[in-house]
Design a protein around this ligand. Structure first.
Ligand code: GAP
Length: 448
C-alpha cells in the first residue's frame, strides 16, 4: 500500500456536502448571491459551465450528429401565445397549491409531508391551511409597450413545443422522410411552487429534447429504440448501475398528452428521482397545432400515398438534473493512510470540466511547463498551477474531478519525461513528453 492509498471511503450521503463543494469550487451557486440569492435560480461557475457544456456536447453528438435521421434546432424561448393554448399548458399545466393562513407559506398540496410545523401558531404546531387551488406553472411576461391582455406571452415551460411549431418547415428544408427526429437543447422555465433539492427542482433549467416522428404502426418499435438508446447514454456517462433504474408510468400518472411513458431515475441522497422522461405523445401535438394554426401538419407516405399525422416519441432529459446526478454519483470522501482526507469527484473524463492539470514541481520550471500546457490546450481543457505544495495542488484537482495531473520536475529537463498521475488510483507513471498528448487524448474521450 502506498502512503496515499485510501483506507475508508464514503459516498455522498448528505446533499449539503455536495452543495458546499459546488459553491466552494465554483461549480454551482445561488444566482444573485450578493442580494441573498433568488429561490429556484442558480449560476454555473467556471467548473460548472464546462461540465454542463460537456454534457450538452455529448448529447448533441449522440442524438444529432451520429445519426442521419435527426435534425437540430435552436428556437426562440418565447413562442406565439397560441402555442400554449394548443399544447394544453394554459388549461392543464398546474399544480395544486395550498396556503397557510398563519405563517403565509405556500405548499404543493400533493407534498404536504414537507410542510413541517407552522412557525406562527402558538399552542398548536398545525398549519391553518386554505382549500387547495390550481396554480399554473407557466412564467409570463409582456411583449411590447402595451399593457393589455393581448401582450401577455410565456417563457416556454418545455422546449419541445417549438419543435412542433417548426415541424413542417424543418421537414421541408431537410427533406427528411418519416421517421425522423428534431432535437433541441435550451432553457425552460416553470414557476415551481417549491423549488428544492439544490438544482433538482429549479424555476429556470435546461432541457435536451428529441421529438421523433414516426408512422403509427411503428410507435412501439421506436419507443423501445429510444428507451434503449437513452439508457445506453446514461450508462456510458459512468452512472453506478445500482443508482440507475427505469420506471414505467402508471395510467393515472400520465401527462395530458401522453399515451405511455417511463422515467430514467437516479438514486439521489433524497431518494429515487426522474432525470429523463421517454414519452409516447401520440398525435396530440401535431393534431392540436394543426387545429389551432389552421395549417395541415399531416404527411403523405410517398410509396403508399397514405395521409397520416405522425406519432411523436419524445426523449426529454434535464441537463441540470443530470449534472446534479453526475456530481452526486462522482462524489467520494476518502481517509488516506497518512491521516488526510481527500474529497474526489470520479467524473467520467469526457464530462470532467478540466481534463488535465499541468503542475511544475517548482516555479523555476514554469517556462517549459507552460509550454507543455500550451501544446495540450488545443485538444482539451487544461489548467496550469505552479503555486504551493504539490500534494495540496493534487487535492484541489481531485475535488474538481480532473482525471489527470502532469507534473513537470527537474528530471524532465534532462530525460524529456513527465509524471502523469491518475485521479482515481493515484498511481503515477513516467511518460515521454512527446507521447503525453496522445496518451491523454485517448483517455478523455467517451467510449474510453
Ligand atoms: N417535454 C416533456 C417534458 O418537459 P417533463 O417530465 O416535465 O417532460 C423533462 O420534463 C425533464 O426536464 C425532467 O426529466 C427533468 O430532468 C427536467 N425538469 C423538469 N422540471 C424541472 C425543474 N423544475 N427543474 C429542473 N429540471 C426539470
Amino acid at each position: 500500500m502506498t502512503a496515499d492509498e485510501p483506507k475508508i471511503s464514503r459516498r455522498l450521503e448528505r446533499m449539503d456536502d455536495l452543495v458546499s463543494l459546488c459553491a466552494r469550487r465554483g461549480f454551482v451557486f445561488p444566482s444573485s448571491e450578493i442580494y441573498g440569492g433568488i429561490n429556484g435560480f442558480w449560476d454555473y461557475g467556471p467548473l460548472g459551465v464546462e461540465l454542463k457544456n460537456n454534457l450538452k456536447a455529448i448529447w448533441w453528438q449522440r442524438v444529432v450528429r451520429e445519426r442521419d435521421d435527426v435534425e437540430g434546432l435552436d428556437s426562440s424561448i418565447i413562442a406565439h401565445p397560441r402555442t400554449w393554448e394548443a399544447s394544453g399548458h394554459v388549461e392543464h399545466f398546474s399544480d395544486p397549491m395550498i396556503d397557510c393562513r398563519a405563517c403565509k407559506k405556500r405548499f404543493r398540496a400533493d407534498q404536504l409531508e414537507e410542510a413541517g410545523h407552522c412557525p406562527a401558531r402558538e399552542g398548536s404546531s398545525e398549519h391553518d391551511f386554505t382549500e387547495p387551488r390550481r396554480f399554473n406553472l407557466m412564467l409570463s411576461t409582456r411583449i411590447g409597450a402595451s399593457e393589455d391582455a393581448a401582450s401577455v406571452a410565456y417563457l416556454r415551460p418545455e422546449t419541445c413545443q417549438s419543435i412542433f411549431n417548426d415541424f413542417k418547415r424543418v421537414r421541408e428544408v431537410s427533406r427528411q422522410p418519416i421517421p425522423f427526429g428534431i432535437a433541441q437543447i435550451g432553457k425552460a422555465f416553470r414557476n415551481e411552487i417549491n423549488p428544492r433539492n439544490f438544482t433538482f427542482r429549479s424555476r429556470e433549467f435546461e432541457q435536451a429534447e428529441l421529438e421523433y416522428f414516426c408512422h403509427p404502426s411503428e410507435r412501439a418499435k421506436w419507443f423501445a429504440h429510444w428507451r434503449d438508446e437513452r439508457l445506453r447514454f446514461h450508462r456510458d456517462l459512468g452512472f453506478d448501475e445500482s443508482c440507475l433504474r427505469t420506471r414505467p408510468h402508471a395510467q393515472d400518472e400520465l401527462a395530458h398528452y401522453c399515451q405511455a411513458a417511463f422515467d430514467i431515475e437516479y438514486r439521489f441522497p433524497f431518494g429515487w428521482q426522474e432525470i429523463e422522461g421517454i414519452h409516447d405523445r401520440g398525435d396530440w401535438d401535431l393534431t392540436r397545432h394543426g387545429e389551432y394554426s389552421g395549417k395541415d401538419l399531416g404527411v403523405t407516405d410517398l410509396e403508399t400515398k397514405e395521409r397520416f399525422v405522425p406519432i411523436v416519441i419524445e426523449t426529454s432529459v434535464g441537463i441540470d438534473r443530470t449534472c446534479l446526478a453526475l456530481l452526486a454519483n462522482a462524489y467520494e470522501e476518502q481517509s488516506l493512510d497518512d491521516g488526510e482526507t481527500r474529497t474526489v469527484l470520479h467524473l467520467h473524463p469526457a464530462i470532467a470540466p478540466i481534463k488535465v492539470a499541468v503542475l511544475p514541481l517548482s516555479k523555476k520550471l514554469a517556462e517549459p511547463a507552460r509550454g507543455l500546457a500550451r501544446d495540450l490546450r488545443s485538444g482539451m481543457s487544461v489548467f496550469y498551477d505552479d503555486a504551493g505544495n504539490i500534494g495540496r495542488r493534487y487535492r484541489r484537482q481531485d475535488e474538481a474531478g480532473t482525471p489527470y495531473c502532469v507534473t513537470y520536475d527537474f528530471e524532465s529537463l534532462t530525460d524529456g519525461r513527465v509524471t502523469v498521475r491518475d485521479r482515481d488510483s493515484m498511481k503515477q507513471e513516467r511518460i515521454a513528453l512527446a507521447d503525453v498528448r496522445a496518451h491523454l487524448r485517448e483517455r478523455v474521450e467517451l467510449g474510453s
